[in-house]
Design a protein around this ligand. Structure first.
Ligand SMILES: NC(=O)N[C@@H](CC(=O)O)C(=O)O
Ligand SMILES: [Zn+2]
Ligand SMILES: [Zn+2]
Length: 445
């Protein structure tokens, strides 16, 4: 099967291509970039091709989300490989890294293989399952790192928490390095998560707003301390360290230092952390509760500056679906986490590209090329001949209102419901196959 994407503005971070081209997809691969005539010449007259109109749209490499929670196995009432995959496709995301904090925790070769096998059948997008660092994410003994590497894990993560025992963690890093795996770190000193004044478990950022709402707070140091520790351990062991859901100015400063020192590190920021601050928390409600929490404006500004410079080179979502019952509650009761797959590209385009922080090419870099490089996926993250046809056709002019009722994800938990945004996904292709077609364009056709 061939697909002919016509008249799109190709953005390719690998070769620097930044111009209007037609793109011919043949099977799973990108066959040719060229003019209408050049593509027409390759095709036989009677040949059956799928034509997609990309006029006025960017053709970018499919987004690669290094951080999602698909809750499968065990917590399927929140999300499944199928619904999570459909939400991803809708957001222009063609590959996800699924965190291992499922039920059971993914900590063996067999469990990784099982998710990979099922994902091929059930999810429309590529799913890379990450394995836990310790058995059951309990922080007591190391999981079967070698076995998980053999199952194609690529990276390990204890997401949801940090490995608090530094010696055990260092040992895990050494083994990960030996088998070519990266470490994706959730940085949180759990013993400090309690409010320094009241000792109660923190539910939002510690600041004037938390005082005003009478809620227990989480200080920036809860993140910064472990960020620093992890960077030093990465330096000692040589493993590649990727910092998840960075939220503080301190983390940006530490990342800048680590990169100057030549440590093998990368870092991601999620839309909620570079868009919202504690000023946006209008009431004591679970839709504003996530870990790490929304921080203050000075942090948001530092994150944006870091993204602009490329110190923070990845935009991920930390897509964390929960049921309505788990989220429609005051902060003390609600679960940590918000969904992000279906809003990430629109929010990033609206806030960062329209907002003058990133060029459209840099958006493709942060959302696809850089994550592909971190994972070592040479065939992804690029719209150039011979690469895998994981593609997104993104329309920068379509304005719409975010409506959780339309979400394909089971999770509707987001503070962005009702937000007006600019830029939307028109088509998503995975391995050359059309896996998402935006219904908003059907009426026009
Ligand atoms: N981010 C969150 O608030 N929650 C995540 C866990 C995590 O990413 O640490 C979850 O699994 O729900
Ligand atoms: Zn986390
Ligand atoms: Zn997470």
């Amino acid at each position: 099967m061939k697909t002919w994407i016509q008249n799109g503005h190709v953005l390719d971070p690998l070769t620097g291509t930044d111009q209007i081209y037609d793109v011919l997809v043949d099977g799973k691969d990108i066959k040719k970039l060229g003019t209408r005539e050049e593509i027409a010449k390759i095709l036989k007259k009677e040949e059956n091709v799928q034509v997609l109109d990309a006029s006025g749209c960017y053709v970018m490499p499919g987004f690669i989300d290094l951080h999602v929670h698909f809750r499968d196995p065990g917590l399927e009432y929140k999300e499944t490989l199928k619904t999570g995959g459909e939400a991803a496709a809708r957001g222009g995301v063609t590959t996800v890294c699924a965190m291992p904090n499922t039920k059971p925790v993914i900590d063996t070769k067999e469990k990784v293989e099982e998710v990979h096998r099922r994902a091929k059948e059930e999810s429309p997008v590529h799913v890379i399952q990450l394995g836990a660092i310790t058995v059951g994410e309990e922080g007591k003994e190391l999981a079967d790192i070698k076995g998980m590497a053999e199952a194609g894990c690529i990276a390990l993560s204890e997401d949801g928490k940090s490995v608090m025992n530094s010696a055990l963690y260092r040992e895990g890093m050494k083994i990960a390095k030996k088998y070519g795996l990266r470490i994706f770190a959730h940085c949180e000193e759990i013993d400090l998560r309690r409010d320094p004044d009241t000792g109660e478990d923190g539910v939002m950022n510690k600041c004037e707003k938390s005082e005003e709402l009478g809620l227990p707070g989480i200080t920036n140091s809860v993140e910064d301390i472990i960020t620093a520790r992890d960077i030093f351990l990465a330096k000692d062991t040589g493993v590649h360290l990727h910092l998840c859901h960075c939220s503080t100015k301190g983390t940006v400063d530490l990342m800048r230092m680590a990169k100057e020192e030549g440590v093998s590190v990368s870092a991601e920021v999620c839309p909620h952390h570079f868009i919202l601050s504690t000023d946006d928390i209008t009431e004591d409600h679970g839709r504003f509760k996530m870990n790490p929490p929304l921080r203050e404006m000075k942090d948001v500004e530092a994150l944006r500056q870091g993204i602009k410079e490329g110190v923070m080179e990845v935009i991920s979502t930390d897509h964390a679906p929960h049921s309505a019952e788990e989220k429609d509650a005051p902060m003390r009761k609600a679960a940590f986490g918000i969904v992000g797959l279906e809003t990430s590209a629109s929010l990033t385009y609206t806030e960062l590209v329209e907002g003058g922080v990133l060029t459209p090419m840099q958006m493709a870099e942060r959302m696809s090329f850089a994550p592909a490089r971190i994972l070592g996926l040479e065939n992804k993250g690029s719209v150039s001949e011979g690469k895998t046809a994981d593609l997104v056709v993104f329309d920068p002019s379509r304005e719409y209102e975010i409506d959780t009722d339309t979400f394909l994800s089971k999770g509707k938990n987001t503070p962005f419901d009702g937000w007006k945004v600019k830029g939307d996904v028109k088509y998503t292709l995975v391995d050359g196959k059309l896996v998402y077609k935006n219904k908003a364009y059907e009426e026009q056709e």
